[in-house]
Design a protein around this ligand. Structure first.
Ligand code: FES
Ligand code: FES
Length: 182
């Protein structure tokens, strides 16, 4: 079991590789399927999934705000389940399927993304990628959620701009849009 060596983001950045019990101190090769593409890369044993996505794969749509699991800005999907990627060591998810905000849209915006725009659910936008990842996961598991189910799915997401009513309206709208799809 590899423990995250230092919970301070600043201290961690001054200590590039944290020695674990079984791996390290040097970089460890891992493989991730990120947005459908197989990526093989060496990672520092102490690097979080959020750091690897942003710093090594340049997928900067995933945001790091609190870096301690308190705001959900860094939400990605790990084997389909929304997780705070700042709380996951990359080496712990070797071989996993990761979905980030960069992979949500196809040739057109995902209905959730379109509904966010239509309902003005974005202010500064910092929390938006994480919110969208959780909302997309919700509609996949619960295509026709109640308002209470949407609120529950948003639990843990901190929006400093207070867009919650707009986000809830957007998700309910996206569910209706999806209903009309064949
Ligand atoms: S940055 Fe990960 S939960 Fe806040
Ligand atoms: S839109 Fe600014 S933090 Fe949510």
């Amino acid at each position: 079991m590899v423990m995250r060596g230092n919970t301070s983001p600043h201290a961690r950045s001054r200590t590039p590789c944290v020695t674990g019990e079984a791996v390290g101190p040097g970089a460890v090769p891992i493989t991730l399927e990120v947005n459908g593409i197989l990526r093989a890369l060496p990672v520092c044993p102490g690097a979080t999934l959020a750091e690897v996505l942003r710093d090594q794969l340049q997928l900067t749509g995933t945001k790091i705000a609190c870096d301690r699991g308190a705001c959900s800005a860094c939400t990605v999907r790990l084997n389909g389940t929304p997780v705070c990627s700042c709380m996951v060591l990359a080496i712990e998810v070797n071989g996993a399927k990761i979905d980030t905000i960069e992979g949500v849209a196809g040739e057109t915006l995902h209905p959730v993304q379109a509904a966010f725009l239509e309902h003005d659910a974005i202010q500064c936008g910092f929390c938006t990628p994480g919110l969208i990842m959780s909302c997309v996961a919700l509609l996949e598991s619960t295509p026709h959620p109640s308002e209470e189910e949407v609120k529950a799915a948003l639990g843990g997401h901190l929006c400093r701009c207070g867009t919650y009513p707009h986000v809830i309206a957007a998700v309910l709208h996206a569910a209706q849009t999806s209903k009309r799809r064949p």
